[in-house]
Design a protein around this ligand. Structure first.
Ligand SMILES: C[S@@+](CC[C@H](N)C(=O)[O-])C[C@H]1O[C@@H](n2cnc3c(N)ncnc32)[C@H](O)[C@@H]1O
Length: 273
């Protein structure tokens, strides 16, 4: 197993805590109002985006989908329910995957669902195991981006399709603006953010590259409004300090997006060669 930096370990511990809090009624209601789903999601993928992903990935009964960094099951379980495909959910924090396992059982999916604790940089699957791969705001939450893209390429079948979203720092910022961008948004957005270059180097051909920053800005603003409106109940869930920290972080992120420092993109790619 590859060793993780203390920063990566801390990020994973934070996700584990978020998944544990995510199933509270108020959290699920906020998620529904912001992203249109109620899985306990930690990405900014909306239901509309997930529906577009389903079409691009050509999901259907018998197709094998890998949702990498699947957390508590969004959007992999939704895509499986919608399309009837088989799904494998892979992530590191068991707290999220346990929630996903319960949801998979409750949803009575028509296809198969497997849940695997696994590092995306070292996938425990044979070559060509999947027809489609999806990951939502995952590469910006880890350091080993090239290793993960290489592993995805190995694990997908010939002419398989991958779709993912990432948050990154806008290009050509002044040093001060760059520092502000680094201080907000997801943890490893500043580590190697040349996604078109990384995809080409790891055997992927980009078919579509879509800027979804406007939808990201709208979702962050909506989430902030919802959290402020539900302060009393959120303080019970997150405690006083956790709530205050969430609101400060959210305001900083909203401001950074509106100032053009952060962007969110979707890449749709085909296994090349
Ligand atoms: C922004 S969350 C997205 C989770 C979920 N897909 C969703 O949309 O709610 C990013 C996820 O990537 C996972 N992750 C981070 N580093 C990882 C790694 N090296 N291998 C697999 N998953 C990883 C985190 O644990 C987290 O669940």
């Amino acid at each position: 197993m590859r060793s993780r930096s203390p920063e990566e370990t801390a990020v994973l511990a934070r996700f584990a805590q978020q998944y544990q809090q995510s199933q509270e009624r108020a959290m699920l209601e906020i998620e529904r109002n912001v992203c249109g789903c109620d899985y306990g999601s930690t990405s900014w993928t909306t239901q509309d985006e997930a529906d577009e992903a389903s079409a691009f990935l050509e999901l259907a009964p018998g197709k094998r989908l890998l949702d990498l960094g699947a957390g508590s099951g969004w959007p992999g379980l939704y895509l499986a329910r919608r399309s009837g495909c088989d799904v494998t959910l892979a992530d590191i924090p068991v707290e999220g995957l346990q929630i996903a396992a319960r949801r998979a059982a409750a949803d009575r999916l028509s296809g198969e669902a497997w849940i695997v604790v696994s590092d995306g940089a070292n996938l425990p699957f044979d070559d060509g195991s999947f027809d489609a791969i999806e990951h939502s705001d995952v590469l910006c939450c880890l350091e080993a981006k090239i290793s993960v893209l290489t592993e995805c390429r190995r694990a997908i079948c010939s002419a398989g399709r991958m779709l993912f979203s990432v948050i990154s720092i806008a290009p050509s910022l002044s040093p001060a603006a760059y520092e502000r961008a680094v201080a907000t948004g997801p943890p490893f957005k500043a580590v190697s953010s040349d996604y078109p270059g990384m995809l080409a180097r790891t055997g992927w051909r980009v078919l579509r590259h879509i800027d979804v920053t406007a939808a990201y800005a709208a979702a962050v603003t909506k989430r902030l409004e919802e959290e402020e409106a539900n302060a009393t109940v959120l303080i019970e869930i997150l405690d006083e300090a956790g709530f205050a920290e969430t609101i400060v972080r959210r305001r900083r992120t909203a401001q950074a997006i509106n100032d053009g420092l952060l962007r969110r993109e979707v890449f749709a790619a085909l296994a090349a060669g």
